[in-house]
Each structure stands twice: as structure tokens, then as C-alpha cells.
Design a protein. Structure first.
Length: 133
């Protein structure tokens, strides 16, 4: 849907950033560092913004847009869970498998997941999708 609205990925990302900034409460500054924060209100804000970025990543209109959003997530301190085709051991807390999988089973990452460390704790944004190998 965005492909016809924006001539470039940069314009798309800039527009997304502007939309997010317009949604910020007036009491918060328009830019908030996403690392080294510890109070609950700022951690909640970081979780919400990180979740919105993960949704944008998940439904990006093309691979270039998805990669740009993934880079923004990583640069914001959001931890990627696995990489496509990476072989891992099944961890039900971090991985989702369509078939029956048990802790310790060998799996391969189909789509990475995302985890945020926000100064208060860890918050799982999206489990990695895996398949049994």
C-alpha cells in the first residue's frame, strides 16, 4: 500500500517517523533515547514504540523497507532473536513453531523475533518463527 504513496524508502521512513512523533504525548520530548533509561514511564514508552516498529517491520511492503526498519530496531538497542536459516535449540520463551517442538529440539529460524531491554527488564516483542530440523 505504501509503495505508490512514497517515491523512496527514505521518504517512507521519514513519514513514519513524523507520524510517530505526532502521536507522542505533549509531556514527552519529541526524541527519547532508547537506551540507558530506567524509569517505568519511559520504559513503557520504549516498549510501545518498539512494538510499533516491529509491527511496521512485520508488514513492510518490500524487503528494502523491512531491512531499513530492522536496522532502525537494531540501532535503537532492540535485540534480534535469531537470523533466517540460523540453527538453534528450541526455547519456547523465544521461539514459536507451528509443529510440535519441545525444549532442546533442534530448530531453524524462518523469521527472526525481537526483544527489548528497557532499563526495567526484558520485554518480548515478537517470538522468532522456527521449524524443526
Amino acid at each position: 500500500r505504501w509503495e505508490n504513496d512514497f517515491p523512496s524508502i527514505t521518504d517512507c521512513c521519514n513519514s513514519l517517523i513524523a507520524e510517530i512523533q505526532n502521536l507522542l504525548p505533549a509531556s514527552l520530548p519529541k526524541t527519547i533515547p532508547l537506551s540507558g533509561i530506567g524509569n517505568r514511564e519511559t520504559a513503557d514508552f520504549k516498549r510501545r514504540m518498539a512494538h510499533e516498529l516491529v509491527i511496521a517491520w512485520k508488514f513492510a511492503p518490500n524487503p528494502e523497507a523491512r531491512q531499513s526498519i530492522a536496522n532502525a530496531l537494531k540501532n535503537s538497542g532492540i535485540q534480534q532473536i535469531g537470523s533466517t536459516s540460523e540453527k538453534l535449540v528450541m526455547d519456547g520463551g523465544l521461539h514459536r513453531c507451528d509443529g510440535p517442538a519441545f525444549p532442546g529440539d533442534k530448530v531453524e529460524v524462518v523469521e527472526c523475533g525481537w526483544l527489548v531491554h528497557d532499563g526495567v527488564g526484558e520485554f518480548l516483542l515478537e517470538k522468532a518463527i522456527v521449524k524443526l530440523i
